[in-house]
Design a protein around this ligand. Structure first.
Ligand code: FAD
Ligand code: NAD
Length: 468
């Protein structure tokens, strides 16, 4: 067995692990990264990037369909667009391959030793990686970045037409009828993309509304889009089980206390959340404390075991790639002796639905629940020139700013609307820099851009918006 001694061992090559390893390498630490699959992890290989590629392709296809016949914007197509799903999936895979090789190059440049295989821990600082030549690794510091896996429902085990997001992103053929169980991030992002590709999509959600993590005003435009497109949404509904019959899969569902009903479809996408990847690699031998199903960490991402750190989806919500990367970077710097903590003012989130939703910081309700006296301002995309020129003004979109009433400190910025995702960086920046309403209102934003909605919303909170 080959033996490796290393200063820093990072387990997992997702956005948490690979960023941590690159930063550790940059800081001159002898660093080893072990990855059992492909570099890039869930986010790059079967999550963020492939889903956004498929969402983009679906939107393009849907746009083109609007030009058929009489046309749209004076542009008419004589024939309906045709979809070659295999070619779309190949295009998506090409992007993934390119980015994954890019990560390999970056790790090499940072002098990180990359070992391919599954790490199994016998104690907190020792693991073995099986393979043709098994490797035993002993590390001074261990960074756990093992990520998460799709949660399964006992009543709907994966297989025979019941799929997770991983399979949904690599289909060889489109189903005619798809039922999506779970109307959260994945269910809605992918469900809407499939609807744009012409699939008849039905949503089944256990709670009383879709995207329950966002406030209802933000979700309303998405609900309107689904209604307009004829996608059925069954709220307060549980999936009881599935059986294959001659005409397709029969999914038995129950809404509240009503009698069970049957939804007939070709495939069922189960998207009911993800669970931390804590099984099958010896976590139990490392003596780290847990926080429910997650590995417990402090503000510096330390676990309860000395020099064992944990980051990303493994340590809890929000399960977002940029949170994992930020934690990875901090941990590398702390190990290198810098004074750092993971203490963001806000972690912005985007749901790439139609239209897109952005959330950064506190909503008005959350601020009020904390006893804070607030002012809010809201500006509609319908009153923004650039939004109208980009056909982004008619889907109910808006930007909303929430600030303290006393000193105008901005507490939260939220938006819904086409292209809104690109505003998320400015929202996060404003919160992190401790902006007040006057900072947002008096920063001169380029005209015509959708970003002008932000100073207008801030002016609204100050009581003197110009364009509404
Ligand atoms: P992961 O990316 O899960 O990486 C963990 C890695 O560790 C994996 O590659 C795994 O193979 C490896 N590993 C685990 N155990 C071992 C072991 N014992 N030995 C060796 N290797 C091991 N987030 C966003 O912010 N924006 C999005 O748009 C977005 N879209 C998503 C879409 C989908 C369909 C899905 C499923 C997720 C999406 N996410 C998105 C969430 C995002 O993918 C995760 O938050 C992110 O990947 C977490 O990063 P991580 O480094 O913690 O773990
Ligand atoms: P989610 O938590 O976003 O949504 C799960 C949904 O399923 C919820 O609405 C929940 O009420 C519902 N649900 C749970 N059990 C159910 C049941 N038995 N029957 C019907 N509905 C049920 O989880 P997800 O969509 O699987 O995504 C997992 C995670 O991946 C997200 O939490 C997010 O952190 C990450 N993600 C992020 C993005 C993004 O940033 N754009 C995109 C995709 C995924």
């Amino acid at each position: 067995m080959e033996k490796v001694n290393t200063k820093v061992l990072v387990v997992g090559g997702g956005p948490g692990g690979y960023v941590c390893a690159i930063r550790a390498g940059q800081l001159g630490l002898d660093t080893t990264l072990v990855e059992s699959g492909r570099l890039g992890g869930t986010c790059l290989i079967r999550g963020c990037i492939p889903s956004k590629a498929m969402i983009h392709a679906a939107s393009k296809f849907d746009d083109l369909r609007h030009h058929v016949g009489a046309g749209h914007l004076g542009i008419a197509l004589d024939a309906a667009p045709r979809l070659d799903l295999a070619a779309t999936v190949r295009w998506k895979d090409g992007i993934v391959d390119r980015l994954s090789s890019g990560i390999a190059g970056l790790l090499k440049k940072a002098r990180v030793r990359v070992i391919q295989g599954h790490a199994s821990f016998s104690d907190a600082k020792t693991c073995t990686v099986a393979g043709d030549t098994p490797v035993e690794i002993h590390a001074e510091h261990v960074v756990l970045a093992n990520g998460s896996v799709a949660a399964a429902l006992p009543s709907l085990p994966f297989g025979d037409g019941v799929i997770s997001s991983t399979e949904a992103l690599a289909l060889s053929e489109l189903p005619k009828r798809l039922v999506v169980v779970g109307a959260g991030y994945i269910g809605l992002e992918l469900g809407i993309a499939f609807a744009k590709l012409g699939v008849a999509v039905t949503f089944v959600e256990a709670l009383d509304r879709i995207l329950p993590i966002y406030d209802s005003a933000l979700v309303r435009p998405v609900e309107q889009w689904l209604r307009k497109r004829g996608s059925a949404v069954h709220l307060n509904t549980r999936a009881l089980g599935v059986a294959r019959r001659a005409d397709g899969l029969h999914l038995s569902v129950q809404t509240g206390d009503a009698a069970p009903a049957t939804l007939v479809c070709d495939q069922v996408l189960v998207a009911v959340g993800r669970r931390p990847n804590t099984r099958g690699w010896g976590l139990e031998n490392m003596a780290v404390d847990m926080n429910g199903p997650f590995v417990k960490i402090d503000a510096q991402c330390r676990t309860s075991m000395r020099n064992v750190w944990a980051i990303g989806d493994l340590v809890g919500e929000p399960m977002l790639a940029h949170k994992a990367s930020a934690q990875g970077e901090r941990v590398a710097e702390i190990i290198a002796g810098k004074r750092r903590a993971f203490d963001p003012v806000a972690i912005a989130a985007v749901c790439f639905t139609e239209p897109e939703i952005v959330a950064a910081g506190l909503t008005p309700e959350q601020a009020k629940a904390q006893g804070i006296d607030i002012v809010t301002g809201q500006f509609p995309f319908a009153a923004n020139g650039r939004a109208l020129t980009m056909e982004a003004g008619s889907d109910g979109g808006f930007v909303r700013v929430t600030a303290r009433a006393d000193n105008h400190l901005v507490l939260g910025i939220h938006a819904v609307g086409a292209h809104a995702s690109e505003l998320s960086g400015e929202f996060a920046h404003a919160l992190e820099m401790g902006a007040v309403l006057e900072d947002l209102a008096h920063t001169i934003h380029v005209h015509p851009t959708i970003s002008e909605t932000l100073p207008e919303a801030a002016l609204g909170a100050l009581g003197h918006a110009i364009h509404v």
